[in-house]
Design a protein around this ligand. Structure first.
Ligand SMILES: Nc1nc2c(ncn2[C@@H]2O[C@H](COP(=O)(O)OP(=O)(O)OP(=O)(O)O)[C@@H](O)[C@H]2O)c(=O)[nH]1
Ligand SMILES: [Mg+2]
Length: 243
């Protein structure tokens, strides 16, 4: 349940899709976000965890999302469109990081509220990529964020992928321990309907890039083609002549 599954999606196709990412719009308030039916994947996590860098790495572009050594760089929700130019099929949302100590308290609270509201009400949200510094693991603030989205993760409405970033800074042994600890922490979100993964990621070494692109592409694909409810299938089966 918590091991990242390998979707049946050619890596080359998934990377080409991720490469199509282009800037769409930026919003400082939720009501500035475009109303859309496109499945949206939000990149969330502590400030400096590597959200913007991960978006750039997945998109194989240097400066699509603004990455920086200065924590708290991303102050707005930035949206990126993916897929064919004339027919985008998904959005990535780069969200402001949390937990950055030097941000003024009032501004911090305002942003936390925007984040919480976004994660709770954004109807088109179909997946969350939670970026966690692999050396820190899931912190209290990450757990709080998970609590916000837990109801929609448990039902499978929102998929969850936890990326342990900057994996290039860990030994193999440390990396395995980080994976195990994160997997255990996510265990309580697991249900039959939940889709939860955890994986190592390094923008520097390109660890996990192809697999993450495949996973996200698969999320979007399954969001586009919802399976008929089980009751419909049963109803159809019932009308099939049995002789
Ligand atoms: N070694 C290493 N450094 C990384 C990696 N990913 C990101 N970094 C560095 O971590 C710092 C923060 O990266 P960002 O992508 O700006 O982090 P962010 O989560 O977007 O931060 P905010 O916008 O402040 O919330 C930068 O100095 C990056 O170069 C990685 O895979 N390996
Ligand atoms: Mg950022």
């Amino acid at each position: 349940m918590v091991a990242a599954s390998a979707p049946a999606m050619p890596e080359r196709e998934a990377l080409a899709w991720a490469h199509s990412a282009r800037f769409l719009t930026t919003a400082s308030k939720l009501d500035q976000l475009p109303v859309t039916e496109l499945p949206e994947i939000a990149f969330v996590g502590r400030s400096n965890a590597g959200k913007s860098t991960a978006i750039n790495t997945l998109a194989q572009q240097r400066r699509l999302a603004f990455a920086s050594k200065t924590p708290g760089r991303t102050q707005h929700i930035n949206l990126f469109a993916l897929g064919p130019k004339d027919a985008p099929d998904a959005l990535f949302a780069d969200l402001p990081g949390y937990g950055y100590a030097a941000v003024e308290r009032a501004a911090k609270l305002r942003w936390q509220q925007v984040m919480a509201d976004y994660l709770e009400v954004r109807r088109s949200l179909s997946g969350v990529v939670l970026l966690v510094d692999s050396r820190l693991g899931l912190t209290d603030l990450d757990q709080r964020l998970l609590a916000f989205i837990a109801p929609r993760v448990r039902t499978g409405e929102v998929r969850l992928l936890v990326l342990l970033t900057k994996a290039d800074k860990l030994s193999r042994k440390e990396a395995n321990a980080a994976l195990r600890t994160a997997g255990e922490a996510l265990g309580e979100l697991a249900t039959d309907d939940a889709d939860i993964g955890v994986a190592l990621f390094s923008a520097l070494k390109k660890t996990g890039v192809g697999d993450v692109a495949r996973t996200l592409r698969e999320w979007v694909r399954s969001a586009q083609a919802p399976r008929p409810p089980a009751t419909d299938v049963a109803a159809e089966a019932a009308t099939v002549p049995t002789t």
